[in-house]
Design a binder for this molecule. Structure first.
Ligand SMILES: Nc1nc2c(c(=O)[nH]1)N[C@H]1C(S)=C(S)[C@@H](COP(=O)(O)O)O[C@H]1N2
Ligand SMILES: [Mo]
Length: 406
C-alpha cells in the first residue's frame, strides 16, 4: 500500500508533468512541496509578469518582453508588454461599468451597461497583433526620448468581444462621421481626475472592420487589470496606442479626433523622409496607421550554443499591420544570402503568423541569425534601422540573434 504522502507526491508529479507537457527528468529527486520553475507564479514582479520581463519605467508602468519570452503562438498575460501613460484605475467594478457612445456624429447617444454589451450583441474572437508604435525606439540615432523599447513591445493575444461596428449601427451614425475617439478610466500622473491621460482613435473605416472589437476577454479570461479590465477597444495591426484600455466612452467625430496624444507629434512620423536629427514642424507630421512588416526570432534565445554537425531549429512570428506576411527568410551571413522559412497562414486577419526553419551552420564559430519578413505587397523589413523620426517610431529593422557553434 502506498503511503498517503507518497501518493500525494506522485499525483503532484503527474500533474506537473501534464502541465509541462513533458516528463520531468530526475523528477523523483524533486524536493517535496517544490513547484518547477516553469510553473511558478512571479509574486515579486509587478502585475504577475514573468520574471524575465524588463521594466523600463515604474511611474507609469512600462514593461517589455524579450524575444525569447514571446515564443508562444498566443501571448499569455505574463509575457505581454505593458505600456501605460497614466495610473491604472482603482475602481473597475463591472456592475457599475458603462460604455457611453456620444459625439457630434451620433444619431442617438446612449450608454450601455457591461451586462448589456455582453448580452445584446453577437460575440467574436480574434487573435490580434498589438505593437507599440515606439517598439524598437532604443536603436534610433540620434536617440528619441520616451521608453527605450528594444523588441518586446508586441503581443498577439486572443481577444473576445463585440464588434464596434454593431454598436455604431445600434446608435446610428451620421453621414459626416469620420473618426472614433476613445476615453478610458486611467488616472493622469498628476492625480488630476479631470485631466485625460490619452484619447486616441481610428478612422471610421477601421472602426467598421470585422476585427475591431470592444473586448471583455483576453485569452478566454477576464482582461487582466493592467491590460484594460473590464473593457478595451482593440484595433489590431495599428499602433497599439489606438487600442484604448479601461474603455468608458467612445466619441464619434466629424473631424480627425483631437484628444490628448492624437495631435502634435504624438504617434506621428514625418510625412516625407528627413535627415536624422532634423526638426519637423507639427503640420509635417502624419498619423501612423497600419504598422509596417516585422518579425521576431523567438527560438532559440540569443546566445545559444550548439554542437557542430547539429541542425539548429529556429522559429518565430511575423506580422504586417493591415497586410498579410507573404514570406519570411533567414540569413546566417549578415544578409549576403537568404533562405526561405516555412510560413503559416494567419489564424485570422491581423493575427501574427508563425514561421520556422532548420539551419545547418557549415563550420564552427560565431553566427548571427537574421530574419526578414516580406508583406503581401512585396515590401520587406530593412536590415538597418529605417527612417529616423523625431519620436522614434516604426523601427522594423530585421531581428537578429547570436548563435555559437562549438
Ligand atoms: N486608457 C489607456 N489606453 C491605452 C494606453 C494608456 O496609457 N491608457 N496606452 C496605449 C499604448 S501607447 C499602448 S502601446 C497599448 C499597450 O497595451 P498593453 O499595455 O495592454 O500591452 O495600450 C494603449 N491603450
Ligand atoms: Mo504605445
Amino acid at each position: 500500500m502506498v503511503k498517503r504522502r507518497e501518493f500525494i507526491e506522485k499525483s503532484l508529479l503527474l500533474a506537473f508533468t501534464k502541465a509541462l507537457g513533458m516528463d520531468i527528468a530526475c523528477g523523483h529527486l524533486m524536493p517535496s512541496g517544490y513547484v518547477p520553475l516553469e510553473l511558478q507564479d512571479y509574486p515579486d514582479s509587478p502585475f504577475n509578469k514573468h520574471s524575465d520581463m524588463v521594466t523600463l519605467n515604474d511611474n507609469p508602468w512600462n514593461i517589455e518582453a524579450q524575444a525569447h519570452l514571446l515564443d508562444d503562438r498566443i501571448t499569455p498575460a505574463e509575457r505581454m508588454f505593458i505600456r501605460n501613460n497614466g495610473k491604472v484605475p482603482e475602481n473597475t467594478d463591472i456592475a457599475s461599468w458603462t460604455l457611453t457612445i456620444d459625439g457630434e456624429s451620433v444619431v442617438k447617444p446612449r450608454s450601455y451597461t457591461f451586462a448589456e454589451l455582453r448580452s445584446d450583441f453577437q460575440q467574436h474572437t480574434y487573435q490580434l497583433t498589438l505593437e507599440c508604435g515606439g517598439n524598437g525606439r532604443s536603436e534610433f540615432d540620434p536617440p528619441a526620448s520616451g521608453n527605450q523599447w528594444t523588441v518586446g513591445a508586441v503581443s498577439c493575444a486572443e481577444w473576445t468581444g463585440v464588434r464596434l461596428r454593431d454598436l455604431l449601427n445600434d446608435v446610428g451614425i451620421k453621414s459626416d462621421a469620420m473618426y472614433i475617439g476613445y476615453y478610458g478610466k486611467d488616472v493622469h500622473l498628476s492625480g488630476d481626475r479631470k485631466k485625460v491621460v490619452i484619447s486616441r482613435g481610428v478612422p471610421l473605416a477601421k472602426a467598421m472592420m470585422d476585427e475591431t472589437l470592444i473586448a471583455f476577454k483576453m485569452n478566454g479570461d477576464d482582461i487582466p487589470l493592467v491590460h484594460g479590465f473590464p473593457l478595451r477597444l482593440v484595433a489590431g495591426g495599428w499602433p497599439a496606442s489606438a487600442s484604448g484600455k479601461w474603455l468608458s466612452r467612445l466619441s464619434v467625430r466629424n473631424i480627425v479626433h483631437d484628444g490628448p496624444k492624437m495631435t502634435g507629434n504624438s504617434y506621428r512620423v514625418p510625412c516625407y523622409p528627413v535627415a536624422p536629427g532634423s526638426g519637423v514642424s507639427d503640420e509635417d507630421m502624419c498619423i501612423i496607421e497600419s504598422m509596417p512588416v516585422k518579425s521576431l526570432i523567438t527560438w532559440p534565445k540569443s546566445g545559444a550554443v550548439i554542437q557542430q554537425g547539429r541542425t539548429l531549429a529556429i522559429r518565430g512570428h511575423a506580422w504586417a499591420g493591415e497586410n498579410e506576411v507573404g514570406a519570411v527568410d533567414y540569413s546566417i551571413d549578415f544578409g549576403a544570402t537568404w533562405r526561405p522559412c516555412a510560413l503559416e497562414k494567419p489564424r485570422n486577419r491581423l493575427a501574427w503568423q508563425h514561421w520556422k526553419a532548420n539551419v545547418n551552420p557549415p563550420e564552427k564559430g560565431y553566427y548571427e541569425v537574421w530574419a526578414r519578413a516580406t508583406d503581401s505587397n512585396g515590401t520587406s523589413q530593412p536590415m538597418v534601422v529605417p527612417a529616423w523620426n523625431p519620436k522614434g517610431y516604426l523601427n522594423n529593422a530585421c531581428h537578429r540573434i547570436a548563435v555559437k557553434v562549438v
